[in-house]
Each structure stands twice: as C-alpha cells, then as structure tokens.
Ligand binder design. Structure first.
Ligand SMILES: [Zn+2]
Ligand SMILES: [Zn+2]
Length: 205
C-alpha cells in the first residue's frame, strides 16, 4: 500500500480528530473532555495538521467538524468493510470532491481530493475519507483500530508490517501495560522464590 505524505498527514489528522471527541461520561474513569471545545481549539487543530485554504473559522465550522468526527468514529468502529465503505462513500460524496494531481512544495505527484475553497469539514471529509478508503480498497480496513488498553479505546491506525499493534501509543498505553505485566511477573517470581526458600528451610529442618 502506497502511503504518500498527504495520506500520512490525512491519517494523522483523522486519528487526532476522532480522539478529540469527549468520552462517554458514564464510562469508567469519567472520560476525557471535549478536545474541540471552541473555535480556538479548531484553529489549533487546523494549524497542527497544516490544513490549508480553509479561511476564517466560525462556530458553523466547529459544528460541521464535530459532525463529521462522529461519522469518522463510526468508520473506526465498523466491524465489516461494507459498513466502512458506505460510511466513507457518504462522507466523501457530501464533501463534493474534485480530485486533482499536484506536486506542491517539492513533494512527488499525489492527489488532493478537497475542492478548492472547501470548508474545513469538507476538506477533512474528502482527504481523510479518501485516505481511509484506500485501506478498504487494500483489504486492510482492520488496520483502523481502537486501543486495547483498558480505559483507553483511543483510535489509531496500525501501520506495522504484521498488523500487530494493539495500543494507541507504545510510549503510554503499551508501556503502561508492559510495566504492569513486568511487575506482575516480578511479583510471581518473588512469590515462587519465597516458596522455594521455605521448602528448602523445611528440608534443612
Ligand atoms: Zn499535498
Ligand atoms: Zn491507548
């Protein structure tokens, strides 16, 4: 699967977008707050992901971006390719795309999907929608995942060669679990040692 710089940027953006959603407050641990709380937060998101030509951002943009965020979350939650495909078809069609080749800023030729002058929501729906669509095309929709760490469930895209990634970020969730597993093994090993010592003492007696 060819992943160009734009696809990579779009994938990073859509993962960040989905993960900006507030967790269900009924979830264990209370859940995380809304990551796109206001227009300023949206502006920061746009800046962080270098989303170009979206003009001045408004409350309307914020509402539209939150709406497509819900749709993208459904794509990550889709268990079957045909469900993901119809969600992506709707998202991309509603965004009114005009695919065009570009080699801007010294990058190799690649396709931009968003229409000129598209709103930020349409821009994201078109480019992120198409970036995810190629996973369905490649039969690799299973790479769109949710973290398996308890109380996390963040979205991520597994780009590992053998599709073995289970956690959103190995530095936090993966590591956290590794540490927990390590401690459990240590405890177990320490318990066995104590037991052996006890048995040896009994033998000596
Ligand atoms: Zn580009
Ligand atoms: Zn995680």
């Amino acid at each position: 699967m060819l992943i160009t710089h734009d696809t990579r940027c779009a994938l990073d953006a859509v993962v960040d977008l989905v993960n900006s959603a507030p967790d269900d407050p009924d979830d264990e641990g209370g859940g995380s707050p809304e990551g796109l709380a206001d227009v300023a937060a949206l502006r920061e998101f746009v800046r962080n992901h270098s989303i170009s030509d979206v003009g001045a951002l408004t409350e309307r943009d914020l509402a539209a971006v939150r709406r497509i965020r819900t749709r993208f979350a459904e794509v990550f939650a889709a268990a079957e390719a045909h469900v993901a495909a119809s969600l992506l078809n709707e998202l991309v069609a509603a965004a009114g795309t005009t695919p065009r080749l570009t080699d801007h800023d010294g990058y190799d030729w690649h396709v931009h999907y968003f229409a000129p002058g598209a709103s930020v929501a349409d821009h994201l729906a078109a480019d992120c929608g198409m970036a995810l669509a190629f996973f369905v095309v490649a039969g690799e929709q299973e790479r769109l995942r949710r973290c398996e760490a308890p109380d996390c469930r963040r979205a991520f895209i597994d780009l590992s060669r053998n599709r073995s990634r289970r956690y959103c970020d190995s530095r936090t969730c993966g590591n956290r679990l590794h540490v927990a597993a390590y401690r459990a093994r240590r405890r177990e090993a320490a318990g066995q040692e104590q037991e052996q010592e006890l048995q040896q003492e009994q033998v000596v007696q």
